[in-house]
Design a protein around this ligand. Structure first.
Ligand SMILES: Nc1ncnc2c1ncn2[C@@H]1O[C@H](COP(=O)(O)OP(=O)(O)OP(=O)(O)O)[C@@H](O)[C@H]1O
Ligand SMILES: [Mg+2]
Length: 357
């Protein structure tokens, strides 16, 4: 045991199922006060990673450390980890109190300790008045809070959550996101939260780990993941972006779009070889729109439709070909009219350029 090093260390962990590499040489450190989101598409290995941390499954290679202790061979109940999994539903024929006491009975705690812990969890999660109800007498959000309580009742050193809000409607989900984050900050233990929903990942976490095909694509502070994606996958998967094909011009200083008569300054590092094929990703809210009559450089387009999204407008822009580009703009007093002719452009510093795959 040592107090040095990170609170949790996932060290070069791989998990194979026959030919399937569910996780491939993945390393992540987690600090004590962090809310970590594990973000990736379906089948990328997110649940596998949680099962390995929980001890419900063993890595094929690699080690897992909690507070400096190698727990790779420890059974789940000796790891001090709480879990809230989408499929771990509440027992329908037991009250909230009995549901919450369940993990404590499993580890054979004394009646006094069980009573103390129940009182604690009732207070922390504001379950007053609900303790003697059955799950079907609770709202979806209340049920979710009880499930969270069951994960926390044994005072875990770490809470794992696997898509716990996937079954809730959007409004309730957003409320619960704020609540869960508040509990994490209040309790001061790390939460590792799996989701394939990037909005959820970005709204809740301190750091985001992006997983793709079992590999760690990116791990960093959420704003950096959003603003400065380091791989094409992250650029595509985090935020809503539009991809353009381009070629570096003979001077190396500009990128000429393959399908449009538009060139942007080449602000990319290390991608200046003339003739080099590149991909450019622009977040949909980073486009600049100007009336075509102003004569600015850009992609000529026409407003095909305008969609209202709360305080934002989504312009569906037609460029003549089959391609449609979506540009998101803050709502103005006068939205641009349908059929308006525009020039679409962006700042060199506002796009992400990669060598073409
Ligand atoms: N017990 C198993 N046996 C064989 N293959 C498995 C097993 N468990 C997972 N896999 C495979 O490992 C890969 C990762 O699965 P995992 O459940 O971790 O994905 P996920 O990111 O949680 O996906 P989702 O978002 O759909 O829940 C998938 O290709 C899956 O089919
Ligand atoms: Mg999963």
């Amino acid at each position: 045991m040592t107090s040095e090093g990170p609170y949790i260390r996932i060290d070069q962990v791989s998990r194979r199922y026959g030919p399937v590499r569910a996780l491939d040489d993945l390393s992540i450190d987690i600090e004590k006060h962090e809310f970590i989101a594990i973000l990736g598409p379906s089948g990328s290995g997110k649940s596998t990673l949680l099962r390995l941390i929980a001890g419900l499954d063993r890595p094929t290679t690699g080690r897992i450390y909690i507070k400096g202790e190698d727990v790779t061979e420890l059974p789940p109940h000796k790891r001090g980890i709480g879990m809230v999994f989408q499929e771990f539903l509440l027992f329908p024929h037991r009250t909230v109190r009995e549901n919450l006491a369940f993990p404590l009975r499993m580890t054979k705690e004394t009646p006094q300790k069980i009573a103390d812990r129940l009182a604690w969890v009732e207070g922390v999660l504001s379950l007053n008045g609900l303790m003697d109800r059955y799950p079907n007498q609770l709202s979806g959000g209340q049920q979710q809070r009880v499930a969270l309580g069951r994960g926390l009742v044994a005072h875990p050193t770490l809470l794992l959550l696997d898509e716990p809000l996937a079954n809730l409607d959007r409004e309730l989900r957003q409320e619960m996101e704020v609540e869960i984050r508040r509990y994490q900050k209040q309790l001061g233990i790390p939460f590792v939260y799996v989701t394939h929903n990037q909005e959820e990942a970005l709204s809740m976490s301190d750091r985001v780990a992006v997983i793709h095909r079992g590999r760690l694509e990116a791990y960093g502070e959420r704003q950096a993941i959003y603003d400065r994606p380091q791989t094409p996958f992250v650029a595509r998967f985090v935020g809503k972006s539009t991809k353009f094909a381009g070629v570096v011009d003979p001077t190396g200083g500009f990128i000429k779009l393959a399908d449009h008569d538009y060139a942007v300054a080449n602000a990319a590092t290390g991608l200046h070889r003339p003739g080099m094929a590149v991909e450019i990703f622009v977040k949909n809210e980073r486009f600049d729109l100007h009336p075509a009559a102003e004569g600015r450089a850009g992609i000529p387009c026409v407003v095909g439709d305008v969609v209202l999204r709360g305080p934002f407008l989504e312009y569906i822009l037609e460029t003549g070909g089959r391609e449609r580009i979506i540009a998101v703009q803050p709502k103005r007093v006068d939205p641009l009219p349908l059929g308006a002719s525009l020039s679409l452009s962006w700042d060199a510093g506002q796009c992400h350029v990669f060598a073409a795959e």
